[in-house]
Ligand binder design. Structure first.
Ligand SMILES: *Cc1c(COP(=O)(O)O)cnc(C)c1O
Length: 392
């Protein structure tokens, strides 16, 4: 099919819930994508932080094919090898104790919220179920995670929402203390706010929150759906903050492009969700887990150090272009935000870049770049060149 045929068919038969850019993608290699007409696009998006190994990564393709041939799915009522191995690696690499596998980020966060509430219920009984989250956060699109999201615009249309969330300002301990109370069971945060605009929290603040949580027996819940799996230059971003969360959620990049998510729980939380309290049909799917194992094998410490170096290279490259529409860059690793100057529109900038062969994202008030972690220097240079020609 041609791009136009795909767009027309989509418009007719797929619910119109996405503000799409005007490009159809057919295939990819490395960090380069192609439309059905063969036009190339440098990818600074990774399908929103998902395709960390890029496209056509042979070990990933082979592992999926081999596992699909062997066993595509079996119920969680039986044991399988790939998710057990993946869980072991994730625990060993983080210091957490056990994993629950699910399918998407919102669903993982639901599990994290359920765990926090049951931890408190088991220990203290009813009435201690409130979770404090941060303003400008993003935690998902389910009825509950919309309410966990600290942005008023998301608290609309779908009433009634789940009760039991209060909000505090990021990097402001006094604001958290003001939102606290006897009814609190947990604090939930992204250590780098993603959808909010690539805003890394201060290390001092995050450590102070961790201490406060330990003191009050509130669980510290870290949403690493976007920051996790190497994106920031460490396996999880919390590892750069010197904390060990009680529960961590992950999703986007965990299986390099197949739907998989989950939560990692610390030793004190390992028995909170027992048989019958939490489940999901597709969770721990062996094909997704086999793909996840390739991601873990690829993300060695050397590879993660390179992610940091690539992030620095790209940020310096962008700042050196000195484009009139862009201000400062910020972020961690290959999770990069760019300020957009007054008088310029982030959506227009993105559309222009995409039209000229560079896929980018927006977030909060600015631009957001999430290139595949395997992106090469040549591909980054091509992307910078497109920026210069399009926006210079
Ligand atoms: C993307 C995202 C989610 C939602 O994940 P889905 O897979 O779309 O449900 C939740 N939290 C954060 C931080 C995210 O970036």
């Amino acid at each position: 099919m041609t791009s136009n045929e795909i767009k027309a068919l989509t418009g007719q038969y797929i619910m119109n819930t996405y503000g799409r850019f005007s490009v159809a993608i057919d295939h990819g290699q490395g960090a380069t994508l192609y439309d059905p007409e063969g036009n190339a696009y440098i990818d600074f998006t990774s399908g929103i932080g998902v395709t960390d190994l890029g496209y056509g990564y042979q070990p990933w393709v082979d592992a999926i094919a081999a596992q699909a041939k062997k066993l595509g799915h079996v119920s969680n009522l039986f044991y399988t090898e790939p998710p057990a191995k993946l869980a072991e690696i994730l625990c060993r690499r983080t210091g957490e104790s056990c994993v629950f596998f699910a399918n998407g980020g919102g669903e993982a966060n639901e599990g994290m919220i359920k765990l926090a509430r049951k931890y408190s219920f088991d220990k203290y009984g009813k009435g201690r179920a409130t979770i404090v989250t941060l303003n400008n956060s993003f935690h998902g699109r389910t009825i509950t995670t919309l309410m966990a999201t600290g942005q008023e615009v998301f608290h609309n249309y779908f009433f009634p929402f789940t009760e039991g969330f209060r909000y505090a300002d990021a990097n402001d301990l006094a604001s958290l203390e003001a939102a606290a109370g006897d009814d609190v069971c947990a604090v939930m945060m992204e250590v780098v706010q993603g959808e909010g605009g690539v805003l890394p929290l201060d290390v001092d603040y995050v450590q102070a929150v961790a201490r406060l949580c330990a003191e009050k027996d509130w669980l510290l819940l870290v949403d690493e759906v976007q920051t996790g799996v190497g994106r920031t230059g460490s396996l999880f971003a919390f590892q750069q903050y010197g904390i060990l969360p009680d529960v961590v959620s992950f999703a986007k990049g965990i299986a390099g492009g197949l739907p998989m998510s989950g939560i990692l729980a610390s030793e004190k939380c390992r028995n909170v969700l027992g048989p019958g309290t939490h489940a999901t049909t597709f969770g721990a799917n062996p094909v997704c887990a086999a793909a996840g194992l390739v991601v873990q094998e690829t993300l060695t410490d050397d590879f993660l150090a390179e992610v940091k170096a690539k992030g620095e290279y790209l940020r310096q490259g962008i700042e050196a272009l000195d484009l009139p529409c862009f201000g400062k860059t910020r972020g961690l690793g290959l999770m990069i935000g760019i300020e957009v100057q007054e008088g310029y529109n982030k959506g227009d900038i993105a559309a222009k870049l995409i039209e000229n062969g560079l896929l980018v994202l927006t977030a909060g008030p600015g631009m957001r770049l999430l290139p595949p972690l395997v992106i090469t220097k040549e591909e980054m240079d091509k992307g910078l060149d497109i920026m210069k020609k399009t926006l210079g």
